[in-house]
Write a protein of this length. Structure first.
Length: 109
């Protein structure tokens, strides 16, 4: 019985990880200027690092973009990334644990 429970949990974790990877890939595809971002607990961040609240104590932070000098990111840009992550957490509450403390960076092929 325990083996079945463990297998079910592993399948759920794989499903969440796969969905998370797909959503993050979609974010990078939609925003070519985005280099990376992290999801951190608010208590570990300075005020300047947290750019958008997510769920509970989680915040979108450390957003890095590659643009031209003088370009300033808009709040709408940050909110679009946050909304995608919030949708995932609404659909799969287990994603909270997968996101916390993670840094996501664009991969170059």
């Amino acid at each position: 019985m325990k083996a079945l429970h463990d297998r079910t949990q592993n399948l759920q974790a794989q499903s969440v990880a796969t969905d998370l990877a797909a959503r993050v890939a979609g974010i990078f595809e939609e925003y070519p200027i985005l280099c990376g971002f992290s999801v951190q607990r608010r208590s570990t961040l300075t005020k300047e690092r947290a750019v958008a609240s997510l769920q509970g104590e989680l915040c979108l932070a450390d957003v890095s973009v590659s643009t031209w000098p003088g370009f300033h990111m808009t709040l709408e840009f940050y909110n679009e990334i946050a909304c995608t992550l919030l949708e995932l957490m609404d659909e799969q509450p287990e994603a909270f644990d997968f996101l916390s403390g993670r840094t996501f960076a664009r991969t170059m092929n």
